[in-house]
Design a protein around this ligand. Structure first.
Ligand code: 5GP
Ligand code: 5GP
Length: 238
């Protein structure tokens, strides 16, 4: 475990809609545990800075962190500067033993849909290495907290309650999706869209913002570009 506590401002709990992961040109594969439920699945719990560059390089990250801290981790430097820490401790690999009591729940709630291996443990291990090692949480807490927040706010049910149900024909306005999540959870979230193989815009991922302990939802301090270029979105069947 790294001796220096990572400084960051909040987590994104990112959940993916499986229908939208799978109906792209790239397609998907089901994990070795079988076809996941037609529900949002966890992609990751990602430490984040509330301020990132907006074209000003690394200076905002330095201001948030203090110059001394910047050297302690590798950060992701994108178009908007340093927006999050990542890969904070390559020597800290995920141990199946540490999370053994969570495996059944992880298989249901955090399944891999990539065609790389079919083993969800590899997906969890990658997310732990890239994001979890920067979380200041022990392995078990990191996964348990992500699962607890997902369970406390069932996005699939919240959307259905607002009439936003999976369909291959219906479309929904971006604002109706945004409002349903804000009303159903009590907090604003960020949305990401992608395109199906025919080019239709669809809801792909929901980014809920979580406090630094990974325990409570907060309103998102950042609004990201949505990548939802059209106002009418699909929520495809899975
Ligand atoms: P993409 O470029 O596909 O949006 O993101 C690729 C990867 O970069 C994600 O899987 C995630 O690991 C990381 N990433 C993208 N956006 C964010 C963000 O806003 N915060 C954090 N912490 N990681 C991100
Ligand atoms: P990130 O996008 O978090 O940087 O990287 C996600 C990594 O996990 C990619 O290398 C991707 O291939 C792998 N992966 C495995 N299963 C999944 C999945 O179900 N969804 C996503 N988005 N990535 C997955």
């Amino acid at each position: 475990v790294s001796s220096v506590a990572e400084k960051f401002d909040f987590f994104y709990l990112v959940q993916q809609w499986p229908g939208s992961f799978c109906d792209t040109r790239q397609g998907c594969c089901f994990p070795d545990t079988g076809k996941p439920a037609a529900e949002f699945g966890i992609h990751g719990l990602w430490p984040n800075y509330a301020k990132c560059g907006r074209g000003r390089g690394e200076e905002l990250a330095s201001a948030v962190l203090g110059e001394d801290d910047v050297a302690f981790f590798s950060g992701a430097v994108g178009r908007r500067g340093k927006c999050w820490p990542e890969f904070c401790d390559d020597g800290n690999a995920l141990s199946l033993w540490e999370v053994r009591d969570l495996v059944a729940s992880l298989n249901r709630n955090w399944p891999t849909l990539s065609c790389k291996s079919g083993r969800s443990f590899e997906f969890w291990s990658y997310e732990w290495k890239k994001h979890g090692t920067c979380s200041n949480l022990a392995q078990h807490d990191y996964f348990a907290r992500a699962l607890a927040i997902k369970a406390a706010y069932n996005l699939t049910a919240i959307l259905a309650g607002a009439g936003i149900v999976p369909s291959d024909t219906a479309t929904y306005s971006l604002s109706s999706v945004r409002d349903a999540i804000a009303q159903g959870t009590g907090f604003t979230a960020n949305l990401e869209c992608n395109r199906d193989a025919d080019g239709n815009a669809q809801l792909f991922q929901v980014y809920q913002c979580v406090d630094r302990q990974g325990k409570k939802l907060i309103d998102c301090p950042l609004s990201m570009p949505t990548k939802c270029s059209s106002d009418q979105l699909k929520l495809p069947l899975f």
